[in-house]
Design a protein around this ligand. Sequence first.
Ligand code: NDP
Ligand code: BG6
Length: 511
Amino acid sequence: MTLNDSYWQGNYCVEISPVPNIIIIFGASGDLTARKLMPALFNLYRRKLFHDKSRIVGCARTAMKTEEFRNRLRDKMSKDVEDPAELDEFLSKVCYMHGGYQDQATYSNLQHLLEKLEKDQSPVPNRTFYLATPASLYEEIVPMLGRQGLTEECYAGEPWRHVVLEKPFGHDLKSAEMLDMLLHETLSERQIYRIDHYLGKETVQNIMMLRFANVIFEPVWNNRYIDNVQITVAEDIGIENRAGYYEKAGLLRDMFQNHMLEMLSLVAMEMPSTFEANAVRDEKLKLINSIRPFPIDQLSKYMIRGQYTASDDKKAYRDEDGVRADSTTETFVGAKVMIDNWRWHGVPFYMRSGKRLGRKVSEIAIQFKTVPYSIFQPISARDMQPDILVLTVQPDEGMSLGIQAKQPGPKLCMGNLTMDFKYNSILGNESHDAYERLLLDAMLGDQTLFIRSDVIAASWRLLTPVLEAWDGFDANNLDCPCHLRNYSAGSWGPKDADSIPKHDGFKWRKL
Ligand code: NDP
Ligand code: BG6
């Protein structure tokens, strides 16, 4: 399959270069800044999508001079950079200031610095505050920004003062609502950009185009033609050095509350009235609100949690640095989700995600029903393979369609034909990290790929009863249907998770 040059030159097609922005990153000494944010901003700079007058201010508690901050970034980034001089040019736009997040002096110093950077600029640059700190600090930083007047916008809303937040957005419904209230004391929803980096991935963005720019999918995109949908996000890595966060989060909070439910809503939502941020988010909200609550009294039929144990050279989760030896934090969840609306009534959505699984792969597989009757006797309709559309989110972003076809040769040999398309066949090395898309959109003021507060609340409303039920059960008690299952690192999750699709006569896809 090939993808020809774009023929649509509408507003959405042309990359718009943002006007000058000052990007202020809190937590700039951390991993996310060095590994994701700065490389993404550098790529935007290379692609002329970072205005020459834009600046980046790193801010964190670690005491260092601007030069040291630049050197650290240079060390981390230079191995992936072809032109070191270009990197140096970019780094000359970066400065650093240190200060405590609770210390009002930090914010008044920041104000002086911003005034200096903005002096004599016309128009006055927009400000994008990026909170790349542990989420527990949002409650301190945002009110401090407000108190100092740093996020104040004039009536017309320009220049912008946007605040980009990383997940987690709370750890259950109540805490998410509290965080939201607190944010809204300083900011309007229009100023808040909640990141879900999955929404910046090429294939995830393609879901809407696939569904709503083609006529061939929509007529079959429903319970009449679709048997089941499987959404998988498998990782081969463990928790790296994030035990502090992961021990409190666990997989359901880390992956389901955000990435998994966002992908589900893009696959299953109705067509938005326009391709505008709020119209898209309205449909996502409607979809998440249509998900049937998990029946807590039969939870193990709908959700299985697991934790990896040691295998070969891989440690058990409980042996990872910073993890309690009796930890009951789940590193795998397999679930069946039912959507109560006309389109999806009776169609199971099987969803699974885990750490230390066989390999890194994220995909959405739509399995169609087999034909109602076969004229190709003796092959009966039941013997035929289902058609499958697979959207591969990573590592090989692309899509494939498996259909039935005659094999060349003998008179009637049926085979499965796969039509495959890979984005890297057209993009080569030019594929862009999700953070690039999202940072650019934040600088442009486009909230379409960011999550609205009511969508977050809806997803917590769905998952909080499960988390509470798990808390109430003894995860180690094997008699309890909700106990934490073990799986070997490098396998595909706990064996018991197979029972979820098996109960309906289906299987997890082999990956
Ligand atoms: P880090 O843990 O590296 O923290 C970032 C910085 O915040 C640190 O360098 C430190 O800077 C400051 N900090 C850390 N802990 C505390 C504390 N207890 N009190 C005050 N300051 C603290 O985080 P990451 O860079 O990994 O991630 C940033 C955010 O992005 C987090 O919310 C994370 O959940 C989210 N995220 C990260 C991903 C990743 O791949 N790293 C992926 C997805 C989301 P200093 O001490 O100098 O102030
Ligand atoms: C993050 C999770 O949001 O997504 C991590 O906190 C996970 O635990 C990561 O590893 C996966 O992202 P990606 O883009 O590598 O699939």
